[in-house]
Design a protein around this ligand. Sequence first.
Ligand code: ARG
Length: 457
Amino acid sequence: MSGKLWGGRFQNSAEQWVDEFGASIGFDQQLVTEDLEGSIAHVTMLGACGILSQDEVNTIKDGLHQLQQKATEGSLEFSIANEDIHLNLEKMLIDLVGPVGGKLHTGRSRNDQVATDMHLFLKKRVHEVVSLIEAFQKAIMTQAEENIDTLAPGYTHLQRAQPISFAHHLMTYFWMLERDKQRFVESLKRIDISPLGAGALAGTTFPIDREMSAELLGFSAVYQNSMDAVSDRDFIVEFLSNGSLLMAHLSRFAEEIILWSSEEFKFIELDDAFSTGSSIMPQKKNPDMAELIRGKAGRVYGNLMGLLTVLKGIPLAYNKDMQEDKEGMFDTLHTIVGSLKIFEGMVRTMTVAKETLHKAVHQDFSNATELADYLATKGMPFREAHAVTGKLVFLCIQRGIYLLDLPIEDLQEASSLIESDVFDVLAPEAAVKRRHSLGGTGFDQVKIQIAKAKECL
Ligand code: ARG
């Protein structure tokens, strides 16, 4: 007989390297708190349903509490020979309280146990992610509030397009994060379901009360099909998917932070605390943290693809393939938590180079649309106004000047509709101010937007 808790029908033991390949204790020990919580609820329910005597329940619970204490102290010693967190803890319980500890697993399987642990774990962590997103949103909003009047070039194709309020640009990320946050919150509905009591796959012959154990664990619902309860991991896929979208947003913002802090842009300066130097070039101040966040998006996408692929071909119900759901989830959690904390600090402490931004917007053609709109307002068909303005831009490029530098004579030669009020229209401040449309970059609209955003926090 092998020395395993499940070893009854085995004649020989596996060699250690085989055990090592199959073991998950190296990573699923992160579920220790949830596994013990799940066991306490399960045994409480077994007692309440008369499946175990109150004495037995008390002894087992006492043992589980001792294990909880040891887990807090960090003094539990896990072993690969006991494969995973569930068997490790069960073995420790039996060592602590004697053979009665073996009654804990009545009416339960590791299959519903591990699914329960994962639901409990994610439920807590999603709340944590949501508050970190919110903290980051606050940092963005604070910078935005200080930069409502800061003019900045707005881009399309990374070419100067139209002047904007820098706050408007920053707030774009606020709203992306708001949707990320909502996605995580909405996913809780599907995480907050108890698989406990589904057994290995078919339910159990013991008169258990699944609703009771679910309630003890704070779940709002129970899975209605025992096979579904133990064989899907869609709630983890959803977490990885939400994490992937979040990382896509963080990565785009990171890319802009990197561009903006370059010599070419110089729109912001990162605090020293979030920058690094070069081992050879003394002048360097590198935006390493932003680059890392951009890079880490890749591993989160990889984790999502990994789990989707694991799930796609496995027959019902539980298969050991499903043990592969864990590392990607832990890694994703670790990555998004770290990225959100770093990004919050980076944005909160960065300095916005208002002067540089102001200058930039006065040294480009991002007011060209204003001129075309001006002519259109005076009755010229927009397509024609576009062509007239384009010719004037070309004239400026030839002379090495900008539209605001053109003498009125040149403008009037291009179109007799142009009068001296054109210079007011061409000012970048005016271009921003006049964009009153809902959600536009007009200063008053940006203020309204920020007020709306505050309601989300
Ligand atoms: N370590 C396993 C996992 O993570 C626990 C469930 C094992 N169940 C089984 N029947 N082998 O999936």
